[in-house]
Design a protein around this ligand. Sequence first.
Ligand SMILES: *Cc1c(COP(=O)(O)O)cnc(C)c1O
Length: 427
Amino acid sequence: MNCKKMDIKPFEKRVWLSSPTMHGDELKYITEAYDTNWMSTIGENINKVESIAAEKANVKYAVALSCCTAALHLCVKSAGERLYGKPSIGHGAVEGKRVFCSDLTFNATLNPVMYEGGTPVLIDSERDSWNMDPVALEKAFEMYPDVKLVVYAELYGFPGNVRQIKEICEKHGALLIEDAAEAMGATWEGKQCGSFGDYSAISYNGNKIITGSSGGCLLTNDIEVVNKARKWSTQAREDAVWYQHEEIGYNYRMSNVIAGVVRGQYVYLEEHIEQKKAIYERYKEGLKELPIKMNPFDAEKSKPNYWLSAMIIDEGYMCKQVRNDSVAWYTPENGKSCPTEILEAISSINAEGRPIWKPMHMQPMHKMHEFVTRADSGRANTNTYIEGGCADIGMDIFDRGLCLPSDNKMTEEQQSRIIDVIKACFE
Ligand SMILES: *Cc1c(COP(=O)(O)O)cnc(C)c1O
């Protein structure tokens, strides 16, 4: 670790990026499941999670599933069937079809498209929110007017203009899948993330804003989608006295024990958001003298859930940093730094930061998939200069950005120490 003048004491107990925060109510509902013997994928906790999730997100229905990835998979299957008809025995719902997808996201956003045989076309991010760029999406529809499905993810709980994305989809007769895994409780123009998509998904993974240790929900206003998701998620049994099967099924239902944890957590969603917001604001204040910016959002229209605080280093203040597919190198320089140096410094005091999601268009498994920026095909012209810098915005954010320790149990004193460490990197 090359960070200059670093003599800051490490934490005895690790400060996590974002770890589960339990409150006690969870145990009550788990115990209830145990005592009533509903140790199953049926039970009162599951029913309650479905009604609470739908109510919180302001949609008609929620289907409780084993994880958000499963929810996204069933979203893709539903959308594929509606758009292209039912595939034989139900596999390959978007086989051979292009699907526009967020580029700067976790790969769980894209995997379900791959499960169903689709071909992702990756859409670059906008500077203003780091989410999918509506201008690039329009560009993509110009290039591929026959595309009928868009998968959009909200990054780190900071919504972009998802209303505009939905309008663009409608204009082109496309359906929208909203991956709100990171954005539960966040809003755009007062409307909940997870309520913009024709189909949406939220996550209760261990590091999300609230957690069941795992789990997720599919959200929709369409009862037919609900019925299909229920059937598919329980091995696709037909209505018959024996086990009758006409199509592929999955074992995707949420456990009633997990649902007990989720049920207990929902009460604390707003509290968690407040804590995460305070963390973001303390970073913003503490780092204001440095040549960095916090992850951006439209202060008028966007109400983030502040799941992860992230920062980006101003262009002129990056020391030299090179990354290949697994390793990073950098040359320390006075007055400058880079994500690699800052992440090493944070880790050296026993805290956990994380690089920005590596954009999907830079991943080996997606190298053959088209990538569209607001300027053009990002594959042909990765370095086309456009106003505001490099045309490939996702790569630029990955290069200069990083996620900061954002655990809601982190004390102010601990956070001050992390801020001091980041400052030391720029000395
Ligand atoms: C966490 C996450 C998922 C997957 O959630 P699981 O519940 O772990 O399956 C999907 N998309 C995004 C953007 C995520 O951050």
